[in-house]
Design a protein around this ligand. Structure first.
Ligand SMILES: [Zn+2]
Length: 225
């Protein structure tokens, strides 16, 4: 696999540094849409970029922007490049052109409340899906612009809004919540999340409800968000 593109992305992002990890890039068919993730193995000195196959058809500059954007997340050094801007523009256009096909009236209402109160009404409405899950409270998938919420949350309006807000922050920060938690829940993300009224109390309520749901359903491991 040709890893020149990783080296090139790194050099343009951090011109004074040397990439100390041996890079791998995989284009995989298992991703939906334009998803991608990165894994850093410090112990083995390896960094692996997994990209949806669809990225192969996208221009090299935009792919470099994607790689750089993933690099700033693992190396925790925030920087902007022309390529990152191109990449973000590409994603933005993608989400604007994704047709809104799925919805749910209760989730739309929750979205409207949260958008108005915490996002200055600036966010465009995504697709909504419900799922019966004790594993995940909610997810956001960038490539299909879809917020998925577990159905038992519909009975708890405040908690629903809190989870909705969390998922919409993923949309705002342009990062699907299904990727690595380390990458998507940055310090900035958490700070913004904690602007939600009474978030600490809601967090406790959620945890205890989740435990109840788990006892009801299964013993499988729970992954919050
Ligand atoms: Zn999340």
């Amino acid at each position: 696999m040709n890893t020149d593109i990783v080296q090139q992305a790194f050099c343009k992002l951090y011109p004074d540094k040397i990439l100390n990890y041996s890079p791998t890039i995989n284009y995989s068919g298992k991703f939906k849409g334009y998803n991608a993730n990165v894994q850093l193995n410090k112990f083995r000195g390896e960094v692996t970029f997994n990209l949806s196959k669809k990225w192969q058809e996208v221009s090299r500059e935009i792919q470099i922007g994607l790689l750089q954007s993933l690099m700033t997340k693992i190396f925790k050094q925030h920087k902007r490049t022309t390529e990152i801007e191109l990449y973000e523009l590409f994603l933005k256009n993608l989400s604007n052109t994704t047709p809104r096909t799925k919805s749910n009236p209760i989730l739309e209402e929750s979205f409207n409340r949260v958008n108005e109160k915490y996002l200055m009404g600036l966010m465009s409405m995504p697709n909504f899906e419900l799922r019966n899950s004790t594993q995940l409270l909610g997810t956001f998938e960038y490539s299909t612009d879809t917020v998925t919420i577990t159905s038992w949350l519909l009975e708890h309006q405040q908690l629903l809004d809190y989870v909705m807000y969390h998922e919409l922050l993923h949309k705002k920060h342009k990062f699907s919540s299904q990727g690595s938690r380390h990458c998507s829940h940055t310090k900035e993300f958490r700070e913004e999340e904690h602007k939600f009224e009474q978030w600490e109390m809601l967090e406790k309520q959620l945890n205890s409800l989740v435990r109840t749901q788990r006892r009801k359903k299964s013993k499988s491991l729970f992954r919050l968000f």
